[in-house]
Design a protein around this ligand. Structure first.
Ligand SMILES: [Zn+2]
Ligand SMILES: [Zn+2]
Length: 217
């Protein structure tokens, strides 16, 4: 950590992404973020995809600092092992230990990873960029965030209410948990989806089947 301190004065903006970009000397990062986000380049990436991009470059820089020349695909795979929900905690611990053994300050690196919200704020506030027309991915992500916040709020208000009634002996319950789930049902095929699944999958199974059938015809 100490060897990075002298570069901290270069910070171009006050936010975490600006600081991390400076610390790891990620050159031309801002230009790339703007080009990818607005789709000026070949492809358009969402802020979630951009956060992954930034974090993989952070990881790459950290490995190179430790004298490791990453093999093809190694950065992507290591990043997945460190962050993916589907990776077991045992595998994650092993990955961290291996990185530590190789001289990578893995705790520091992980705490330097940025969220898609940080990317969004850096793009819109620090770089004053805006999307004329948000991409489909971007719109889905914003919807996920909005509905997630709403569900968290519903859960919090429900927990408060139950707690208050319990405290006043109006209802009687032990330790409790509140879960809020929203499902959407397709009236055509009666399939139910948790909202998150529907947003990830973007169409009902009955739709994609009929699309396939049309494509086959
Ligand atoms: Zn910033
Ligand atoms: Zn359906």
């Amino acid at each position: 950590m100490t060897d990075r301190s002298q570069t901290e004065t270069d910070t171009s903006c006050g936010c975490k992404l600006g600081r991390v970009g400076d610390e790891y000397e990620l050159r031309a990062l801002d230009e790339e973020l703007i080009a990818y986000w607005t789709g000026d380049g070949d492809e358009q990436l969402s802020t979630r995809q951009l956060a992954t991009y930034v974090n993989q470059r952070v990881l790459e820089a950290a490995l190179e600092d430790a004298g490791i020349l990453p093999k093809d695909g190694e950065i992507e795979n290591t990043y997945r092992l460190l962050t993916d929900d589907d990776v077991s905690s045992g595998t994650r611990v092993q990955t961290r230990n291996e990185l530590r053994r190789d001289g990578v300050e893995v705790d520091q690196v992980e705490s330097d990873f940025v969220s898609h919200q940080t990317v969004y704020n850096h793009l819109t506030d620090c770089l004053e960029t805006s999307l004329e027309k948000p991409s489909d991915d971007e719109r889905v992500e914003r919807s996920v965030d909005k509905l997630g916040a709403l569900q968290n709020r519903t859960a919090a208000v429900t927990a408060d209410t139950v707690e208050q009634l319990d405290r006043n002996d109006i209802i009687d319950i032990g330790e409790f948990n509140v879960a809020v789930s929203v499902t959407v049902t397709c009236e055509d095929c009666l399939q139910e989806y948790p909202i998150r699944t529907l947003l990830d999958q973007r169409s009902c199974d009955c739709r994609s089947q009929s699309d396939d059938a049309e494509a086959d015809a």
